[in-house]
Design a protein around this ligand. Sequence first.
Ligand SMILES: NC(=O)c1ccc[n+]([C@@H]2O[C@H](COP(=O)([O-])OP(=O)(O)OC[C@H]3O[C@@H](n4cnc5c(N)ncnc54)[C@H](OP(=O)(O)O)[C@@H]3O)[C@@H](O)[C@H]2O)c1
Length: 431
Amino acid sequence: MQQTITVGLLGLGTVGSGVIEILRDHQERIQHKTGCAVTIKSALVSDLSKPRDLHGSETTLTDRAEDITRDPEIDVVVEVMGGIDHTLTILLEAIEHGKHIVTANKDLIAQHGAELYEASRKHQTDLYYEASVAGGIPIIRSIMDGLASDRISKMMGIVNGTTNYIMTKMAQEGVDFDSVLKEAQDLGFAEADPTADVDGLDAARKMSILATLGFSMPFQLEDVEVKGIRGISLEDIRYAEELGYRVKLIGVAEHDESGVSVSVEPSLLPIHHPLSSVNDEFNAVYVYGDAVGETMFYGPGAGKLPTATAVVSDLIAVLKNIRLGTTGTANVQPQFPNQLKAKNEKQTKKYIRLQVVDEPGVLNDITHIFSEYGVSFDQVIQRSTEQPDSRELMLMTHLVSDEDIEKAKQDLEQLPSVQAINCIYRVEGGN
Ligand SMILES: NC(=O)c1ccc[n+]([C@@H]2O[C@H](COP(=O)([O-])OP(=O)(O)OC[C@H]3O[C@@H](n4cnc5c(N)ncnc54)[C@H](OP(=O)(O)O)[C@@H]3O)[C@@H](O)[C@H]2O)c1
């Protein structure tokens, strides 16, 4: 007789309703792939009186988490409700009751992933979270399975759709940050409180998850150096374009002999780089493996059905494991201790734009400061400005540590001929 696997859903909002829809539309395909039928027995919501479309399923609604976590008939708990501490408590209870877990919750995994791995390992249950990074793009599966035989040395990602949408509009339509943010909020692309997106925290959580999996070391949000996009001006974007670069919010996780660095910051990318043409709300992750070389994964980073597809694919993995009598938790346990680099060990190229007094010797004073910290330049470009007594100076450095660039910046701020340090951005993807 065919086995039926019973699922409890925590949350029935955008992603949860997509999960129900996909399971309804693909029930036969799932049975063919796994040899199991799937039924969603119950779903947790906060407001039982809200009207819902259950797509013909006989799912019972509840507002008591224990109706799901303690129900002996439920095999798998799919968490698509969001939240951190309360949700962690619910999932730990579900694991203690032997439930396998599928979650789309990046905030929870980034903050409490280690605790959840440990509980799953102890109770020999599955823990899958494909949808937590880059929505519909199967990036976690690609890192864990597709590239399992390789050593990943670098991952670069556009992993926040809201900020990519904002930056694309700024670049293509010349609209300033505040106006595009408002438009994105009106269209539902950006939250009413956009902090987690525009300040880079959402992308940082996703990069900490990717770094943990890609390098098999435990990373937390605090390990990620984060700079958001609030300070980006149209001038920054225009000048960068003139030099052959696009400005994007890029997450970079890099592993070399001296350790690992993980950051999210506005960065200049050469226009011909594949990540430069990732526009609007789309996401992409560029992965370098020692053996495979360069690969790129591109697609929708959010949305009801793309995200639900990733959730249901995880569910299919759990069903296969149940049939095989195994769990998928062992291969996500970090193998090595965290080898985070210190600030003076992380070396990147920088783009610096300054406004300076237009008089002889200024360039000399500035290059003198940089040379004291061992910073040399790949390009130096000077431009006149609308003000007759000042000039714009654009400097592209060779590799330099964050610590040295910070010290040089502090010294530049003391120089009377420097009127403004307009921006300092990382430069990625060059030769
Ligand atoms: N939306 C996306 O495109 C996307 C993409 C990737 C990952 N994710 C992640 O997926 C998760 C869900 O996102 P979503 O957009 O589907 O959220 P959503 O539309 O706000 O839905 C949340 C659901 O959870 C229920 N819920 C929330 N808190 C609850 C509580 N304390 N007790 C009981 N029920 C509760 C809500 O109940 P009511 O219906 O009664 O309000 C609602 O059904 C989040 O972790 C999010 O980060 C979302």
